[in-house]
Design a protein around this ligand. Structure first.
Ligand SMILES: C[S@@+](CC[C@H](N)C(=O)[O-])C[C@H]1O[C@@H](n2cnc3c(N)ncnc32)[C@H](O)[C@@H]1O
Length: 321
């Protein structure tokens, strides 16, 4: 990894990352467990099961009957799980190979879906219609240079009063040195407009070699994410931090249940993912990877406590189980 002031522009970074994602698709088609969706008509991806539980308090009937736009949908396993849960789905991604795999999977499962190939930062212009729910989950914003532009796309895709949901790796986790023997920071937490450069021939599932191993990934602090969404016109209804991830960020992670991994070790409590849910403000008509952590900043006036968090309910958080 290098953190040089590279002065890399968005077009170049996007092209580098697109080549990487194109190269990962065949490896992921082989390793994402597509047969589980094919073999069991009621099967939903673990990601979507987690997210539907988190969305439960905000959507009385779940996603059934809703128009859902899934940003950075990859090979469609989560998009099609949302379709199985009753949503009319549109999957957006910049990778033609990922969308071809998604369309193939949809056909095999007999599920209807619309697939749109575009840079997510241009999504509003590329996608037809507007949505009850814009959804993006796990491994998304680190690929994006400009969160203000991203949040503007999100807002513009939402109907007034509609819901946006983001779950992603915690930026404090991403600042940790994944090869250190303990919770030691190794990378930048705060954004400075420049990406971090990685060269990795492996991907997070499967054993194959990624033929275009270079990536350019952007650190985004929690405050940057919040501020972008608020500035775009979303009202943030809930925010949470969890302590599991669906991939192994570092050898320090243990697997307490299913495919969710948690950082082990006595040094600190870690929060590997964060979740935001926001609604497009009805007052506005026009427009809203790696692995351990630091607590979120607090005190933004319009933030509300997590509606289903362990503090309020006295129970277990649906994200962390
Ligand atoms: C980690 S995957 C998506 C996560 C999803 N939970 C999954 O595992 O299926 C990240 C996706 O973002 C897409 N992506 C990266 N940068 C993008 C961009 N600028 N515009 C649209 N899609 C992008 C990649 O093609 C990839 O499919």
């Amino acid at each position: 990894m290098s953190d040089a002031q590279m002065g890399i522009g968005w077009d170049e970074a996007r092209a580098v990352n697109l080549a990487n994602w194109e190269a990962r698709v065949p490896l992921h088609v082989a390793a994402y467990g597509l047969d589980a969706l094919r073999d069991d008509p009621s099967h939903l991806s673990q990601v979507v099961r987690t997210d539907l539980a988190a969305l439960g308090p905000f959507l009385a009937d779940g996603v059934a009957g809703l128009d859902v736009c899934h940003l950075q949908c990859h090979i469609g396993t989560d998009t099609l799980s949302l379709a199985r849960a009753g949503a009319r789905v549109t999957g957006v991604d910049f990778s033609p190979s990922a969308l071809a795999a998604a369309a193939d999977l949809a056909e095999g499962l007999g599920l209807a879906a619309t697939w749109v190939q575009t840079d997510v930062l241009d999504a509003r212009a590329a996608v037809k219609g507007d949505f009850d729910l814009v959804y993006t989950s796990i491994g998304t914003i680190t690929w994006l240079a400009d969160l203000d532009r991203w949040a503007a796309q999100v807002h513009a895709l939402l109907r007034p009063g509609a819901l946006f949901y983001l779950r992603d790796g915690h930026p404090a986790l991403y600042a940790l040195d994944e090869s250190a023997d303990g919770l030691v920071t190794g990378y930048r937490y705060f954004p400075n407009g420049e990406p971090l450069e990685w060269v990795e021939e492996s991907t997070y599932v499967g054993d194959g070699v990624v033929s275009s191993p270079r990536t350019l990934e952007y650190p985004h602090s929690l405050a940057e994410v919040m501020t972008a969404l608020l500035a775009a016109g979303l009202a943030i209804e809930a925010f949470d931090e969890g302590d599991t991830l669906p991939w192994r960020f570092s050898p320090l992670m243990e697997e307490p249940s299913g495919r969710r991994l948690r950082l082990s070790g006595a040094t600190a409590r870690a929060n590997p993912h964060h979740v935001h849910r926001g609604r497009a403000s009805p007052r506005l008509s026009g427009r809203p990877g790696r692995g351990a952590s630091r607590p979120a900043s607090t005190g933004i006036g319009r933030l509300q406590p997590c509606a289903c968090g362990p503090i309020r309910s006295g129970g277990r958080c649906p994200w962390t189980g």
